[in-house]
Each structure stands twice: as structure tokens, then as C-alpha cells.
Design a binder for this molecule. Structure first.
Ligand code: ATR
Length: 279
């Protein structure tokens, strides 16, 4: 019998998760495992989850846009998923739902030699990716400032995170005010600059770009974004988002299989898949 896992979302065709996971199964000789893309329209999410579990032979699934919130009533979300308000990994065996974006992000910071404790961190964005980053950073004792195009959305997000997860040390500001304060680490959690809009940057022109910062760019396609160029031209150091993508996948892999994920294999498969998609 094949142990199936996969990605649910609407649409899902763009995903490189099958490449990463199937390469990992192959590398470990797990020929009885496979990772599949499962497009699911938002209005039938509950029924679809039951079908995958009861008839589809699925051990678990990753969840992407726009289903990360809508799967919540059908799973037992852990503390992290509840705090972030989004599930990206489900295990059908116990019905649990978690969010591996937090681990993916924190693991990748660590792999890049960054310990956020005590750092002044500027987070750009207030969507699901920002929630995961802010939760992880606040739990790691960083001092977080959030800016967002729609400032009220950022305020609501922080109010919710304080209420659900009791996080502290997070404030919301306008970009020009935030730019005048010390910044050790900037994290782009917006989708601005993502392919095909590669000429765009979330940094508002007219606000001086801070010098000598470390930028963590969650956008991984293209590999080098406009914001990364801006940071480098001001003497900064940059980290692209591929590591987070691979490590959130690795965390899901380990949850489903109970085996250590072959990170190098997953990185290589992800890189190759991105190159193939860019052609
Ligand atoms: P995700 O769940 O991947 O984080 P999302 O919830 O759509 O996606 O959030 C996208 C983020 O990118 C938001 O912070 C959004 O800002 P708004 O809250 O104001 O919508 C930000 N974003 C998207 N397009 C933008 C743009 N052109 N300029 C500035 N910010 C943008």
C-alpha cells in the first residue's frame, strides 16, 4: 500500500513541494511513499479532507492558499497553529494540524547563524507569513516592529497574537518612523517582488534604506529580489527564502514519516524545480 501525502490548495500547480518530498522519499528508499498535488476548491474543504483520509489513502497533507484558515474547524490545531490562525500541515492519523512555517523560519535563521534573541527586528507585512514570523521571533525574545501597507491590518494582527499567544515586545509603526530606529534584522513577509513582479520592492521610495542590516527575504522566486539588491547596496547582508521553504517541508516530512529529512536532497530538488519553472 502506498502512503500518500500531498498539498491541498486552490490552485496548487505552481508548487515545488512534490519535487522536494518525492526526491526525499526516493533518496531514503521509501518507495511506498508519494507526494501529490490535490486541488480543492474552498467551498468543499471539509468533505474533501474526509475523502482524502477515508478513501484516498492519505497519511497527511500540506495546506496552502486559500485553505490555511478554512481547514481549522476540521482539525485539532496545536497551540502554534491556533496562535497564528493558520494550519499548513495536517496529520490524518491523529487529526492534528500544525504550522511548520514557524519552525522553517526559525531553523533557517539558526542555520544562517542568526539568534534573534534581543535583536531589533523589523517585519514587513501582516499576512499569514508575517504571523508565523512574528510568533516565532517574539517567542525567541526578539523586539519586533511591524510595518504594513494597510496599517490597521497589522494592528489587528498584533492584537490577536497578543490575545491568543500572549506574545510581547511587538509594536506597529509607520515605515518612516520605524526606519529611524535601530534595525538588526529585517524580514520581508510581503509578497512584493515575487515573480513576475520582480521590479517591485516593499520599501517605500523616499524613505532612506537602513545601512548594514541583515535582510531575511521570504520571497524565493526570484532568488534575488529588488529588496535584496537595496539591502546589499546599503552594505547589508541578505538571506533568500528558499531555506525556509525547504525547512518547513522538512518539518512536515519528519512529522509524517518519523524519519530525519534529507535536507541536502530537498534543497537540491527545490533549486532544480525553480530553475525548471523559470524556463
Ligand atoms: P501571506 O499569507 O502569504 O502572507 P497575504 O495574507 O496575502 O499573504 O499577505 C500579503 C502581505 O503582502 C500583506 O502584508 C500585504 O499588505 P496588505 O495587508 O496591505 O494587503 C502585502 N502586500 C501585498 N501586495 C503589496 C503591495 N503591492 N505593496 C505593499 N504590500 C503588499
Amino acid at each position: 500500500m502506498v502512503n500518500k501525502v500531498g498539498l491541498i490548495g486552490w490552485p496548487v500547480e505552481h508548487s515545488i513541494s512534490p519535487n522536494m518530498h518525492n526526491a526525499a522519499f526516493w533518496a531514503l528508499g521509501m518507495t511506498d511513499w508519494s507526494y501529490e498535488l490535490v486541488p480543492i476548491p474552498p467551498d468543499i474543504v471539509g468533505k474533501s479532507l474526509r475523502t482524502l483520509r477515508d478513501e484516498g489513502g492519505f497519511v497527511g497533507v500540506n495546506v496552502t492558499v486559500p485553505l490555511k484558515q478554512s481547514v481549522m474547524p476540521y482539525v485539532k490545531p496545536d497551540e502554534r497553529a491556533r496562535a497564528i490562525g493558520a494550519v499548513n500541515t495536517i496529520d490524518f492519523r491523529d487529526g492534528s494540524g500544525t504550522n511548520t512555517d514557524v519552525m522553517g523560519f526559525l531553523d533557517d535563521l539558526k542555520a544562517n547563524g542568526i539568534n534573534p534573541a534581543g535583536m531589533n527586528v523589523l517585519v514587513l507585512g501582516a499576512g499569514g507569513a508575517a504571523r508565523a514570523a512574528i510568533y516565532g521571533l517574539a517567542r525567541s525574545s526578539a523586539k519586533v516592529t511591524v510595518v504594513n501597507r494597510t496599517i490597521d491590518r497589522a494592528r489587528e494582527m498584533v492584537t490577536e497574537l497578543v490575545a491568543t499567544a500572549g506574545i510581547q515586545n511587538v509594536t506597529v509603526e509607520m515605515l518612516d518612523d520605524a526606519a529611524e530606529q535601530p534595525i538588526d534584522l529585517m524580514v520581508n513577509c510581503t509578497s512584493v517582488g515575487m515573480w513576475p513582479n520582480v521590479e517591485e520592492s516593499p520599501w517605500i521610495s523616499g524613505v532612506p534604506f537602513p545601512r548594514g542590516i541583515t535582510l531575511y527575504e521570504m520571497v524565493y522566486r526570484p532568488e534575488s529580489t529588488m529588496l535584496m539588491h537595496q539591502a546589499i547596496s546599503r552594505g547589508g547582508h541578505v538571506i533568500g527564502g528558499l531555506g525556509m521553504l525547504v525547512r518547513q517541508g522538512a518539518a512536515a516530512f519528519e512529522l509524517w514519516t518519523g524519519k530525519a529529512a534529507p535536507l541536502d536532497v530537498m534543497f537540491e530538488a527545490a533549486r532544480q524545480a525553480l530553475v525548471a519553472k523559470s524556463k
